[in-house]
Write a protein that binds this ligand. Structure first.
Ligand SMILES: [Zn+2]
Length: 319
């Protein structure tokens, strides 16, 4: 048997595919069934494609070729997810502007994807940092905003006082900034949020109808994490504290009430005697990541100096 020679065989066919626009989607002027197939757009880094990309693209490639053989009119675009922190960090490190570095990286990614022989309609290539593309991202955002599904809220963010920038969870290493190594803090800032929880119930209800492995379905359900319970109001002086519980039937046994260290009422509930201790506790807790805080199974807390009335018993319990 003749040895497979990729340089000879693949180059020949790839040239022929390129010349004849072999994978270009046809105009919609026939009755052929349509199929749109797209993989996750890669982030084009200086290092080039990695094996994980090739694996994902190959799955879509198999589907593309399968449906083409079935006479489907297949549209398979290719694109680059070019916004984000990696481009920014690369620019800071090298002094090359993100626009310039991204253009160079895209060139390399395209060359590599073509060498791999993927059945892509190269006339449908997109770049998410191109104004032609992101005007639609902005349009989508505006639709969400108009429907009240994009909103601003104050929340705590990791902040590096030296770099003067917010940091993502994965950019904080043991309480220190990954870029400059200085100690990070949590800062209260106005941020944009998407109201994805508005769709949680709908999403959850449809999971069982999916033809997916049980393990993945369970993962999805846990990720949505619906718990069914009741909101109960506790009173503390002139303040009302809403508490969510999955076990309202155990309310009689409640002997204390806990607030998260970020709770806006804390500063109102502390007394002159407890303020220092509570401040220390909250500062320390906020320096921990969400994961660290959930990992620690041992419950900790400090007394605010205020009491709430247990609505079931009428008794005072410490907050
Ligand atoms: Zn820093």
């Amino acid at each position: 048997m003749e040895r497979y020679d990729p340089l000879k065989i693949e180059q020949k066919w790839q040239e022929r595919w390129a010349k004849g626009e072999a994978f270009k989607a046809r105009e919609l002027n026939d009755d052929a069934p349509k199929m749109y197939l797209a993989e996750m757009f890669p982030y084009p880094s200086g290092a080039g494609l990695h094996v994980g990309h090739v694996r994902n693209f190959t799955i879509v490639d198999v589907l593309t070729r399968f449906y083409r053989q079935q006479q489907f009119n297949v549209l398979r675009p290719f694109g680059y997810d070019t916004f984000g922190l990696p481009a920014e960090n690369y620019a800071i490190k090298t002094g090359i502007s993100p626009e310039q570095a991204t253009a160079t990286n895209i060139e390399n990614f395209r060359k590599q994807a073509k060498k791999l022989g993927f059945a892509v309609d190269w006339s449908r290539e997109v770049n998410t940092s191109n104004p032609d593309y992101y005007k639609w991202t902005q349009w989508c955002f505006l639709q969400l905003f108009k429907k009240g599904l994009a909103y601003q809220k104050e929340s705590y963010q990791w902040w590096c006082p030296v770099d003067q920038t917010v940091l993502a969870n994965e950019q904080v290493e043991n309480g220190h900034c990954w870029r400059c190594g200085s100690e990070v803090e949590k800062k209260k800032m106005k941020q944009w949020f998407f109201k994805i929880t508005a769709y949680a119930d709908e999403l959850l209800d449809e999971i069982d109808a999916l033809d997916w492995p049980e393990k993945i379905k369970t993962m999805q359900k846990n990720w949505i994490g619906r718990s069914v319970g009741a909101e109960i109001e506790f009173e503390s002086g002139k303040y009302k504290i809403k508490v969510f519980t999955t076990r309202p039937d155990t309310l009689f046994g409640a002997t204390f009430l806990v607030l998260a260290p970020e709770h806006p009422l804390i500063s109102k509930l502390v007394t002159d005697n407890t303020r220092e201790k509570v401040d220390q506790y909250c500062t320390a807790a906020m320096k921990k990541s969400e994961i660290e805080r959930q990992e620690n199974k041992e419950k900790t807390g400090v007394f605010t100096g205020s009491y709430a009335i247990n609505p079931a018993t009428g008794e005072e319990i410490p907050i």
